[in-house]
Write a protein that binds this ligand. Structure first.
Ligand SMILES: *Cc1c(COP(=O)(O)O)cnc(C)c1O
Length: 397
């Protein structure tokens, strides 16, 4: 496997030259191919109106399903476009029949934006939500999962990569266990889509455009496997997902299209499709290797600074690097780095309450280098954190 051509991807990303951008887990820098697509379409809408502009691009919009299917390892009619990963996830959850006494299993990596609707729904219908314990390394413990399964379990909500660190959860093994028990697996691939190949096994997969895929904000995808669709009851359906066939009869799409709504940002959709194609052209294995190298270099550099603790869990890791600096709040670290044009973010307990509570953490600094960050820039970020730590210490006598 040849490596990614760093000079070429950096040339496609002019902003990465002037700053050290370490927030692809938040909202990445899009390549110029994506920006050109979005801006170009907005200009075309201003010239001929939105309907005609969209009609001119109908083939590309249609082709988008096949490109996303390539990325997710599914069929084109198993793909729906949405306006965010959360929208995808909420639409899927809403369609899963749950009743009194049903059990939903989740992981300690669960995302706040999933836990809130899960706990709300469980309370409404009389179901329970239980977090499966993690293994010694912090990933989902598949044996513990097996031990918790019974016929009342209807769903495993599985986060592939948590929002607050580099851990990668075992999807295929977990899905096999859950399927034996007859339940569904809803995979939140928000932090892996565009960063790692998506493993097979889940019934439903959700992802966003703005993070590792480097697409526009306000875009998301949802994949629903054919076999799972029969078990879902979509309720939030408009005239994209259904047909008004006679005065009192409606019919719903019998594929993932049932989850789409009529209106969407066409420019953003085209931008997302361009981002998917860009990732496919580079190759997900090559992207994963490049991102992994950057993250390993960053982790090793940070771990060598006294007072800095790398907080990532898991034996298998990816491009999110979380750390704390002794005696300095995560926000202060972020702001001090920003003053040097190094972009990182803060991940708080409210986003991953099971995990952070268990580990007694209120917040961590999250640095997420994509393949377009050069190794020299990683070293620059490490040196900046080391300088913060030095400045904080009293001078020796
Ligand atoms: C960011 C994130 C989401 C939500 O993505 P949106 O684009 O805001 O809908 C879901 N899950 C995880 C793990 C995330 O990090």
């Amino acid at each position: 496997m040849s490596a990614i051509d760093l000079a070429a991807v950096r040339a496609d990303t002019p902003a990465c030259r002037d700053r050290v951008f370490l927030d692809s887990a938040g909202s990445s820098l899009p390549p110029r191919q994506v920006v050109d697509e979005v801006v170009g379409h907005l200009r075309r809408e201003a010239e001929v109106g939105g309907y005609r502009a969209a009609a001119e691009r109908q083939d590309d919009l249609d082709q988008g399903y096949a490109h996303v299917a390539d990325l997710l390892g599914c069929l084109p009619d198993e793909v729906a476009f949405t306006d965010s990963a959360s929208r995808s996830w909420l639409a899927a959850l809403d369609a899963i029949p749950l009743g009194p006494g049903d059990r939903v299993l989740t992981t300690e990596a669960e995302y706040g934006g999933n836990a809130i609707p899960l706990l709300t729904l469980a309370r409404r219908v009389g179901a329970t939500v239980e977090a499966v314990p993690s293994d010694a390394d912090g990933a989902l413990d598949v044996d513990a999962l097996r031990g918790m399964l019974d016929e009342r379990v209807k769903l495993l909500s599985l986060v592939h990569v948590p929002t607050n660190g580099g851990l990668v959860n075992p999807v295929t093994e977990a899905a096999a266990a859950v399927h034996e028990a007859g339940a569904l697996v809803l995979l939140d691939a928000c932090q892996s889509l565009g960063q790692l190949p998506i493993p097979a096994g889940a019934d439903i997969v959700t992802g966003t455009g703005r993070k590792w895929l480097r697409g526009p904000r306000g875009t998301g995808v949802l994949a629903v496997r054919r076999a799972a669709l029969d078990r879902l009851r979509p309720r939030l359906v408009d005239l994209r997902g259904g047909f008004w066939e006679s005065l009192d009869e409606v019919r719903l799409h019998d594929d993932a299209r049932v989850f789409e709504l009529w209106e969407f940002g066409v420019a953003e959709r085209l931008g997302l499709i361009a981002a998917v194609r860009y990732a496919l052209d580079l190759g997900l294995d090559r992207i994963a290797a490049a991102v992994g190298e950057r993250a390993d270099r960053l982790r090793a550099g940070l771990a060598a600074i006294s007072g800095v603790e790398v907080r990532d869990l898991g034996s298998r890791r990816c491009g999110l690097v979380s750390f704390t600096v002794e005696g300095t709040a995560a926000e202060r670290v972020r702001d001090a780095l920003l003053a040097r044009d190094i972009t990182v973010t803060v991940s708080r307990v409210s986003s991953t309450r099971y995990d952070m509570t268990r580990r007694g953490l209120a917040q961590v600094v999250r640095a997420s280098p994509h393949y377009f960050v050069s190794p020299e820039q990683i070293d620059q970020a490490v040196a900046a954190v080391a300088a913060l730590e030095r400045d904080r210490r009293p001078d020796p006598l």
